[in-house]
Design a protein around this ligand. Structure first.
Ligand code: CR6
Length: 818
């Protein structure tokens, strides 16, 4: 019998059933007989919250009274996923729940399915924030997640009859949401606009309008740590609900205008990912949650004090800036310290610099936010003054260090017209980190090179990670059981490096067969899930080949679909017999930003390739493409454990890290990928022989740009020279996937042949070659499964617990609560 260390609650299933009954009756006012699964879900959520309450209060008290510095993770996105199963796991109530719900006459899965998934993030960055607060709690480190409770999360994706993406609003709060507690008594006032005047020799900001920031608190239970941290998401409310005078004149809409305007601030998550959004509302959102959070932290750590000693603030809490979105917090803390608490500039600067650290998540220069000075001046006039002064001080410092004048100019935080938030963050905080080794290196060598030359010690790396609780234990219970059996303990769930103990089992045929059986059972489950949810008929006896991530040119979904088309063209032209093809099911999941034209065209193409191929008897059962819409965490948790082959095929030097790659490796999928982001480290750990590497490296990419690849139209040469590539592109151009219409994809085709900035065509041949090698390997099931076991065994490093330990050591210099 394996050693079990998972949390165990003292209550029995009968007691838990009584607690659910009680919630149903006294809070919701429904009998068990009247209750629907959605009622039972709310009742169970409330019941599990009660179980966590004492730990939550104790964690907060210990945090304020103890002397362990806390972490404030400031993030515009927290992509949490459904909460119930995770809360049950961490409260030790999973089994009790299953039995209790059944005893009440319900199906546990139906109750779990009743939860609506909150989508308060775009993709990797938001999900990383969710993994990080899970790990902080699991390690017992006192922490707050601070963000925005958007009323509408990332849009819901549908496809129309032409395969085009349709975005519909995601009103996730349409039904009762039992997890967030709205704490009207801990609100904060956040102001905007107006002007700065001099009064008695002091600068005084006279704002024009204010909104009320109301916190909505979510518990963040740790796994086996006894700790529960807080995710505090701010919701914007108006101070002037309603103008009665206007209302009485029957101008109803005008009467609610101030309310609507104020509440707009937390209305919607910007559906953008790695592209700029010069929208005033976005800056309002950023300032809104950061200002409220800073004031909140002062309230929490200096309770009841009018004149707190804020020189100790950086010893109470360190704020991590998750990308540039919260960087306005730097001038805000300066303003609070000087204008609200009377500190002089130098003291305020010292406190600020010691409080903040910055994580950069991109290499695309256009994704580093730059705000027009005019906009900041209108919205936050006092902050613009402070930013100018920070810039003056910065320039003087650079001069004193002997930096050349034109370099100083290149490094300007404030250019007159604009404010560069990444530069402000780099100068204004203690540390800057990238999210994978290659990325951190490129930040130092390219993106922030001048800064790293002057402040080399500021720069560090923390490779991303994912939480094994959600992405192995909850997503893949079969594999979890097998790992526990193989290791003789379940301790790996809080110490993922223990997976290394599975390495010898890759040579144990019995174990490898069990492992393959787990994968097969997961594939059957996924096939059923896909039938139920999408009406798809996925054959679980084919290789499941997955590409899920935001749709972006640099990620190169186009490369994948072109390879599918090339295979299809080979069969249609008789060059290859369908019988020789290894049966494969290709599954895509991806949302495109609503304004991203080529990304949306790619979605349309994938959908139509799926339509044509899946209906063609010539390739039936051999080559299938499915594109389940609205990719989200629920779909990820069902698809990842069922995947044989994962695609991480971004152009080298563009994907900062990737975190999907880690989830797949940990669930025993093999990866086909470029030397990019965290792929590099995954491959290093799982072994080059257990990873399908292809394509240009980052230096090769740079060299090809230098030759003028995208400016001189060099991609066309690849098209001309490679008949297979030519056939695939011609098939897109000739209307095969658009009912004969040659215009549907003309912009996409034009881009491939004349620009192809992300070098899809240049990597095509290498990609086709590696796919041939993959097929050959897959035909040997034992070999494939052994490789998969070694992927799991050697991926323990990619736990977000390890990432957080690196942050603790390299950046935050704090640890678990005593
Ligand atoms: N899009 C990176 O592109 C990384 C995550 C989390 C991203 C991705 O490679 O894994 O952050 N960047 O670090 C941004 O969102 C700016 C992402 O999710």
């Amino acid at each position: 019998m394996a050693e079990i260390t998972a949390p165990q609650s003292p209550v029995t299933a009968e007691q838990f059933a009584d607690e659910i009954r009680e919630q149903l009756k006294y809070t919701q006012g429904v009998t068990v007989e009247q209750a629907k699964p959605a009622d039972v879900y709310v009742a169970a959520a409330s019941a599990v919250r009660r179980h966590l309450m004492d730990s939550w209060m104790k964690t907060q008290a210990d945090m304020v009274n103890g002397n362990t510095k806390a972490v404030g993770y400031l993030s515009a996105e927290f992509l949490m996923g459904k909460q119930l199963e995770n809360a049950l796991l961490n409260a030790g109530l999973t089994e009790q729940f299953d039995k209790a719900v059944e005893a009440l006459g319900f199906n546990a899965q139906e109750v779990i399915d009743a939860e609506y998934e909150p989508g308060l993030g775009n993709g990797g960055l938001g999900r990383l924030a969710a993994c990080f607060i899970d790990s902080l709690a699991s390690l017992g480190v006192p922490a707050f997640g601070y963000g925005i409770q958007y009323k509408y999360g990332i849009f819901k994706q549908e496809f129309d009859e032409n395969g085009k993406q349709i975005e519909t609003p995601d009103y996730w709060l349409a039904n009762e949401e039992p997890w967030g507690h709205i704490d009207y008594n801990r609100d904060q006032k956040v102001s905007f606009g107006g002007e700065v005047v001099e009064e008695n020799g002091r600068k005084v900001w006279k704002p024009a309008w204010s909104v009320r920031a109301v916190p909505v608190d979510y518990m963040v239970p740790g796994y086996a740590s006894g700790r529960v941290n807080t995710l505090r998401l701010w919701s914007a409310k108006s101070y002037d609900e309603f103008d009665l005078l206007t209302f009485n004149k029957s101008e109803y809409l005008d009467a609610v205008k101030p309310q609507v305007e104020a509440e707009n601030i937390s209305k919607i998550l910007y559906p953008e990912d790695s592209t700029p959004q010069g929208k005033a509302l976005r800056l309002e959102q950023q300032y809104f949650f950061v200002s409220a959070s800073i004031h909140d932290a002062i309230r929490v750590f200096y309770p009841g004090q009018d004149k707190p000693d804020l020189t100790t603030f950086p010893d109470k809490i360190n704020f991590q800036l998750n990308d540039t979105h919260p960087v306005i917090g730097i001038p805000e803390l300066m303003r609070v310290l000087m204008d609200e608490y009377d500190y002089d500039w130098d003291t305020a600067w010292d406190i600020t610099r010691r409080t903040f650290n910055y994580t950069c998540h991109t290499l695309l220069p256009e994704a580093l936010e730059v705000w027009p000075s005019k906009l900041i001046g209108e919205l936050l006039p006092r902050h613009l003054e402070i930013i100018e002064k920070i810039n003056d001080q910065f320039e003087a410092e650079l001069k004193a260090k002997g930096v050349a004048a034109d370099t100083i100019k290149d490094m300007a935080i404030y250019t007159g017209d604009a404010v560069r938030m990444a530069y402000l963050a780099t100068y204004g905080g203690s540390h800057v980190n990238g999210v994978a080794e290659l990325h951190s290196q490129l930040l130092k060598d390219v993106t922030l090179k001048n800064f790293s030359d002057v402040y080399p010690d500021k720069f560090t790396n923390v490779t991303n990670g994912v939480t094994p609780r959600r992405f192995i234990k909850l997503a893949n219970p079969r594999l979890s059981d097998l790992i526990t059996e193989g290791l003789g303990t379940d301790k790996w769930l809080s110490d993922l490096e223990l997976l290394k103990g599975l390495v010898p089992l890759a040579d144990d045929d019995e174990f490898v067969k069990k492992f393959a059986a787990v994968k097969q059972a997961n594939k059957v489950d996924f096939s059923n899930f896909a039938k139920r949810k999408y009406g798809f008929d996925i054959d679980p006896n084919t290789m499941i080949n997955t590409m899920v991530k935001r749709l972006h040119e640099y990620k190169r979904q186009a490369l994948k679909i072109l390879s599918v088309i090339a295979d299809y063209a080979d069969i249609k032209s008789g060059k290859v017999s369908a019988d020789d093809i290894m049966p494969r099911t290709i599954v895509f999941g991806a949302k495109a930003a609503p304004g991203y034209y080529l990304a949306k065209q790619t979605i349309q193409l994938i959908n139509n390739v799926a339509r044509v191929i899946n209906n063609d008897p010539d390739v039936k059962g051999k080559l299938n493409v499915y594109f389940p819409w609205n990719y989200n965490i629920e779909l990820a948790m069902n698809l990842i454990p069922a995947t044989d082959l994962d695609e991480q095929i971004s152009q080298a030097g563009k994907e900062a890290s990737g975190t999907g790659n880690m989830k797949f490796a940990l669930n025993g999928a093999l990866t086909v990928g470029t030397l990019d982001g965290a792929n590099v480290e995954i491959r290093e750990r799982v072994g080059a022989e257990n990873f399908f590497l292809f394509g240009m490296t980052e230096p090769e990419v740079s060299a090809l740009y230098a030759k003028g690849y995208d400016t001189k139209g060099l991609s066309r040469e690849y098209y001309e020279k490679d008949p297979q590539l030519k056939a695939a592109i011609d098939m897109v151009a000739d209307g095969t996937f658009s009912d004969g219409d040659k215009d549907t994809y003309k912009d996409l085709v034009n881009d491939w042949l004349n620009k192809d900035y992300f070098m899809t065509l240049a990597d095509f041949r290498a990609y086709m070659d590696i796919q041939a090698q993959i097929e050959e390997t897959y035909r040997d099931p034992m070999k494939w499964s052994r490789m998969a076991v070694l992927n799991v065994a050697n991926s323990g490093y990619f736990s977000s617990d390890r990432s957080i330990e690196d942050y603790l050591e390299r950046i935050w210099h704090t640890g678990p609560l005593k």
